[in-house]
Design a protein around this ligand. Structure first.
Ligand code: CA
Length: 411
């Protein structure tokens, strides 16, 4: 499994070593043309310029064309890139196509077809249940029987670094004067949700459910997702039909998509389930829990380390459920895990949990306190996974800074 040491000098503990080789879309070297690159060390390798499998699809401006061709070509490209970066005979041909990552612009890697957001952390679902439905059972009766999810807004999925313009909407503050009348204005409870996203490459036919065991034939890889959430808008609108304007203003995605193949060393058994599952959701032996460790930084300060291995529902189960009714997959579909929260206080993936719904503000290193996000706050999500050779694979990061009310809206 361990690849030979390449001719490249890789920075120690890069996270973007030869075990990783994630794909993204970049521009800004000789011209502004968007093409597919592979992150390696502090560089991006312009694979669209090299004689590699799938080359015709790599210069199209997004990953979609390449993702549609399927696993044999995904794996062939990976093998070829590994060969190019290790065998010194290729060095003279490859080196001109390695560009410092600091000098390129990274773009949204996929044209997002459909976006689905799940709710697969039992700890998160129970925490939110206790906050939003006090006195009722923490989990709804369906939660242990199916991966709960909803369709989000594909058109507002944006790449890491996109400003988070504070959303406006309807909210009603219980206990405030005029309690019954909602008001319209900027969200006062803007939150993050630390999530892991799965990118679909190979489509499926309408009417033909995808089995959990076919997960790796359809899904190319993994990214990080921040599902920004306006809790005040969400609380007022969610019953009876689910999340809408409290979520649809922006979802941020990391620029590098890590191939499933790179995560072989991170596969673990999911947690013990205490409920018998319907046959289409059984994932015995698939072992698609993933030992990813996420980090949430607020203005540079780590505030949480959510463990993805604690997720109750695995991505193959999510895929099986979202196609169980015959809904077809399209290339570029993105489905996210839902907020990743673990059982410990330092493992919560949202501020509504970290601040106990605003009742217990976090105190930051500079002495300031936070319940929800303030204008100017920056959230950076990152994650690493174990590689088979004992090093760590980086999933990169997804970054976003909150921008306050724009003058035209304030006016
Ligand atoms: Ca979410």
């Amino acid at each position: 499994m361990t690849p030979p040491a390449g001719w490249l000098d890789l920075p120690p503990d890069t996270g973007f070593g030869l075990e990783n080789l994630p794909l993204g879309v970049f521009s800004g070297t000789a011209d502004d043309r968007r093409r597919v690159g592979v992150a390696v060390g502090d560089h991006v390798l312009d694979v669209s310029a090299l004689d590699v499998p799938g080359r015709a699809e790599l210069g199209t401006g997004s990953l979609n064309a390449f993702l549609a061709v399927g696993r044999p070509t995904w794996d062939a490209l990976r093998d070829r890139v590994l060969d190019l970066l290790t065998d010194p005979v290729h060095r003279a041909v490859v080196e001109p196509h390695l560009h410092p990552r600091a000098g390129v612009t990274l773009h949204l890697p996929i044209e997002v077809a459909d976006y689905v957001d799940f709710y697969s952390s039992q700890h998160h679902a129970e925490n939110l249940g206790r906050i939003l439905r006090p006195g009722a059972p923490a989990l709804t009766p369906n939660w242990r029987h199916q991966p709960i999810g909803y369709h989000g807004r594909a058109g507002t999925v944006a790449v890491s670094g996109t400003p988070v313009v504070r959303p406006h909407g309807q909210r009603r503050v219980a206990g405030a004067a005029g309690d019954d009348a909602p008001t319209f204005g900027p969200s006062e409870r803007l939150d993050l949700e630390a999530e892991v996203g799965f990118v679909v490459g190979v489509p499926s036919e309408p009417g033909r459910p995808v089995a959990a065991s076919d997960f790796a034939e359809h899904v190319f890889g993994v990214c990080l997702v921040n599902d920004w959430s306006a809790r005040d808008l969400q609380a007022w609108e969610t019953v009876p039909l689910g999340p809408f304007t409290g979520k649809s203003f922006l979802t941020s995605m990391s620029p590098w998509v890590v191939p499933l193949t790179a995560l072989e060393g991170a596969r673990v058994d999911p947690p013990e389930r205490d409920t018998e599952l319907l046959p289409y959701l059984r994932d015995d032996g698939l072992r698609w829990g993933l030992d990813l460790t996420l980090e949430v930084r607020l203005n540079g300060e780590p505030v949480s380390h959510p463990p993805f291995a604690a997720m109750y529902w695995t991505p193959p189960q999510q895929l099986a459920h979202l196609t169980a009714n015959g809904a077809a997959l399209r290339t570029g579909d993105l489905f996210a895990s839902g907020t990743v929260s673990g059982p410990e206080p330092g493992q919560l993936g949202s501020l509504i949990e970290l601040s106990a719904n605003g009742a217990e503000p976090l105190t930051l290193a500079d002495g300031s306190r936070r319940t929800f996000l303030e204008d100017g706050d920056e959230i950076v999500l990152s994650a690493t996974a174990p590689a088979p050779d004992g090093t760590r694979i980086a999933l990169g990061e997804v970054r976003g800074r909150v921008v306050g009310v724009t003058p035209e809206r304030a006016g």
